[in-house]
Ligand binder design. Structure first.
Ligand code: MTE
Length: 845
């Protein structure tokens, strides 16, 4: 059904205009909130719980209400409580100050007496409209707008330029700052636009006091609000109290931290950390961008195929744009975007331009003098039902007359202004076509994005959960982007599961990646993570872990070891779950196991201790001293996996404690992937663990097992940097806490600043407990004025290694353990090579 287009003639003569408001009563839900004085329409969908009130109408209701939205269905964006406005609206005063010749205070009554009024249809849109689609793909900080954060009203009031002229702006003034009177945590809501827009007749910036012929609804700014046509709703300040003319942008908190699109490489975490991203006025969103949305077919509606070749269906929707620039094209595709057809567009706003009526609601309809477009338009296109039946979705995109197109992909916009192609899925059930919109607003379940996600599919495939030629081709193309892991000469060599199982051993391990079998025996010795991290997964499918942890260079190496394709899966084993009771140790080398975070202790600004309760109070981790475990968590791009050494010892029962140094985002780069995920972990959240892994174990009293060889060490040397302390810490702790262990240890520990030194007090305690058998030597590489000079300044370089590790060159009873950043490890390797130290005496964690 096409919506009723209310022209000015129809508004004056007929029932097409549904009147100003149907919100007559205060709803029960609101009675318990600071908005207990605000009547509302219960059909609005609340996006942020009961309070503050942020809401949109159901999309079909909004569309069917027609060109002018009834005031009670107009979307609402309130940052906080609605101010208790006086009912005597005419006494409402605003102040105009700043760079003006004549600062003044003026009441609404005086404005009405002094200034001619206008009535204009203007569409307001929230910059966050359609954010739920973005949040489904990648959760940002904002709440879940559907596609109905848009509404059109007939606004009556004064042109801003007429009001400002009363105060006479001075030369050099550049901005119009506006402030409301709402009581928010960071002061009243305020923002600005450039002064030339406010003074421009065409731009039609207004101060409105009537909406659809009645006083403004309390939610929409009663008694007086600013209205900036063609610009995101966030610039139209409600409950307006103050206009200030300035030569610099508004410093209001909400102007700076709201309604901005930061550059695409700035993640929300980086933006949180570095305020400078918010300070650049170029990133403040002003004009709306081009947008088109399908409304018919409605979400969850059905169409019966009657089988006749003539059966047709009209797809409909609305579109809008910013800056007064007309929407020029609306295009629809039924084949996933390969071909497009042109929809027709109706611009009901033009009927106000062309009307013979001169006045409405006490204001002049001066649209005939204006060429700019400030309202939504409606599009439709007739298609045959047989075409719809062969399609899996309806795509729509718009372009304005400046030829600025909508975005193609969801992730092109991550901070508001979301205008990618709108996609409605078509699902066939016999002779019924069922339509699914992408999302439902707020936390409501429903929509194809929700369904695809629940099925474990990829929303970004845009195939609505179905395998299509397009998605298969896309998958192939994605694979081709990384290095190939396949040797085409061996592809036809089919390897059975029995054969694979024979290689579940340490001597000749095979692994499976993406259905292909690799004999990695020859790679064991050169594997940087040690042979054990391969042998522990021998004869298993390691696709996810391999892909999560390896660089493209490492992936490219695998091709050399490709020996064939794994035969299709053997008959499914008994699917009965064999859930065994948890054993005495937690870790299992071939199985990811989940633990929940039970405690999160902030040790310093960037280090945390995360405690995870084991499966039962008597259980130990099962991690020998010197070995590490893998942690795995999922972000939007798949699994992230890293090796960690806990600070809790292998003897402790009931819990594992991890010391985490958080690599926060900085101005140049996003934060560490895993530490960002760990930092977001809340008590009760799960994390996956697997292990142990590593080629080194310390068995106490100097006994070590390294790469399968046992030996006895009299003295350990350790070089470690930053969070690389944890494996060395484990060994030192074991020595210190065993009164019979007489092994010596010297730790060379590099950090940037004193505050960065992890476990410092425990390390000092180990020195005391062993009366100096353990010695800790610290280097600080940060600026010296920020460092305590009792530590040696600078990095642990070749010269220092040579001096401190001189004993290593002589006897075979010492061993070097290295764990730190890449540069430090490389220096240690150079030193080892130049001094001919045997490989079996140096452990690189
Ligand atoms: N003005 C004040 N004083 N307080 C607010 O919270 N929200 C802004 C703007 N003006 C806001 C405000 C935002 S972000 C939008 S999108 C529009 O008001 C919404 O206007 P509406 O609630 O009338 O639809």
């Amino acid at each position: 059904m096409a919506p009723e287009y209310q022209t000015v003639e129809k508004i004056l003569t007929g029932p097409a205009f549904q009147g100003p408001s149907k919100a007559e009563h205060v709803l029960e839900l609101d009675k318990k909130t600071p908005d207990s004085h605000v009547p509302r329409d219960e059909r609005l969908v609340r996006l942020t719980g009961a309070h503050p009130f942020n809401s949109e109408a159901p999309l079909d209701l909004l569309y069917n209400a027609g060109f002018i939205t009834p005031s009670s269905l107009h979307f609402v964006r309130n940052h906080g409580p609605v101010p208790e406005s006086t009912n005597d609206v005419l006494d409402w005063e605003i102040e105009i100050d700043g760079m003006v010749e004549r600062p003044l205070k003026i009441s609404l009554r005086e404005l009405i007496e002094e200034i001619e009024q206008v009535t204009l249809p203007v569409t307001l849109v929230c910059a966050g409209n359609r954010r739920k689609e973005q949040n489904m793909v990648k959760k940002g900080t904002g709440f879940n707008w559907g596609a109905a954060g848009i509404s059109t009203s007939l606004w009556t009031g004064f042109l801003m330029r007429d009001v400002l002229r009363l105060a006479r702006p001075l030369r050099g003034a550049k901005y119009l700052c506006m402030e409301g009177c709402d009581k928010l945590p960071n002061g009243a809501y305020g923002t600005c636009i450039i002064l030339p827009w406010a003074m421009d007749f065409d731009r039609a910036v207004m101060l409105a006091w009537k909406q659809n012929g009645a006083l403004l609804e309390p939610d929409h700014g009663r008694p007086l609000r600013a209205l900036v046509p063609g610009v995101i709703g966030g610039r139209s300040v409600k409950w307006l109290k103050k206009l200030t003319i300035t030569d610099s942008p508004s410093k209001n908190f909400y102007h700076i931290y709201d309604n901005r699109v930061l550059p695409t490489m700035v993640t929300p975490e980086m933006a949180k950390e570095y305020q400078k991203w918010w300070m650049d006025e170029r990133y403040a969103i002003m004009n709306l961008n081009v947008q088109s949305i399908t409304t018919v077919p409605e979400h969850d509606s059905q169409l019966k195929i009657d089988g006749s070749p003539d059966q047709s269906f009209t797809i409909r929707g609305f579109a809008y744009n910013g800056g007064g620039i007309r929407v020029g094209h609306v295009e629809v595709s039924l084949d996933g975007g390969s071909t497009w057809r042109l929809a027709s567009i109706d611009y009901p706003e033009d009927s106000f331009r062309e009307t013979k009526v001169e006045e409405l609601f006490g204001g002049e309809i001066d649209m005939y003098q204006r060429h700019l477009c400030f309202c939504w338009c409606f599009w439709d296109i007739k298609v045959s039902v047989s075409e719809l039946a062969n399609a899996n979705g309806i795509l729509v995109r718009a372009m304005d007359v400046n030829m600025s197109p909508a975005s193609k992909h969801v992730l092109e916009r991550v901070f508001d202004a979301y205008n990618w192609w709108y996609r409605v899925a078509i699902r066939k059930e016999g002779n019924i076509l069922r339509f699914e919109h992408p999302v439902l607003p707020a936390l409501q379940k429903g929509g194809w994005m929700d369904r695809v996600k629940a099925q474990g599919g990829d929303i970004l495939d845009n195939n609505y959960g179905e395998e299509t030629n397009e998605s298969v081709a896309k998958k192939g193309a994605v694979k081709k982007e990384g290095p190939s892991l396949i040797n085409p000469d061996v592809l036809n060599n089919i390897i059975s599961h029995e054969e694979l199982q024979k290689h579940e051993n340490e001597q000749s391990p095979w692994i499976v990646v993406d259905g292909q079998v690799y004999d990695v025996t020859d790679y064991l010795e050169s594997h940087p993570g040690g042979p054990e991290s391969i042998t522990m997964v021998a004869a298993t499918d390691v696709t996810e872990d391999f892909m999560a942890i390896h660089s493209d260079t490492a992936k490219a190496l695998l091709k050399k070891y490709h020996i064939g394709t794994l035969a299709s899966a053997p008959a499914a084993a008994d699917a009965e779950s064999t859930s065994e009771p948890p054993g005495p140790v937690f870790l299992e080398p071939k199985k990811w196991k989940t633990l929940k975070l039970t405690e999160r202790e902030v040790v310093s600004s960037d280090s945390r201790i995360l405690t995870f309760k084991l499966e039962h109070p008597e259980q130990t981790s099962g991690l020998p001293v010197g070995k590490h475990l893998f942690l795995r968590a999922k972000d939007t791009n798949g699994y992230v996996m890293r090796a960690y050494t806990p600070v809790s010892s292998h003897k402790e029962i009931g819990e594992i404690r991890l010391l985490i140094k958080v690599y926060f985002p900085n101005k140049d780069q996003p934060g560490g992937k895993m530490t960002t995920l760990l930092e977001q972990l809340k008590v009760g959240d799960p994390l996956e663990f697997k292990g142990p892994t590593g080629s080194f174990e310390y068995h106490g009293n100097g006994a070590v097992l390294f790469r399968g060889m046992k030996s006895t060490v009299k003295r350990f040397y350790m070089i470690s940097g930053g969070s690389g302390i944890t494996p060395c810490y484990q060994v030192l702790k074991d020595i210190a806490e065993n009164s019979e262990d007489t092994t010596e240890a010297v730790l060379l520990f590099g950090n940037r600043y004193e505050d960065d030194i992890l476990c410092k007090s425990e390390l000092c305690r180990f020195e005391q407990m062993t009366q100096g058998r353990i010695r800790i030597k610290l280097w600080l590489s940060g600026k010296m004025d920020q460092c305590n000079t009792q530590h040696t300044p600078g990095r642990i370089d070749l010269q220092i290694m040579d001096r401190e590790l001189s004993h290593m060159k002589e006897g075979h009873d010492s061993m070097l353990l290295v764990c730190g950043p890449e540069g430090m490890v490389e220096t240690a390797k150079t030193w080892q090579k130049s001094r001919n130290i045997e490989d079996f005496r140096v452990v690189y964690f």
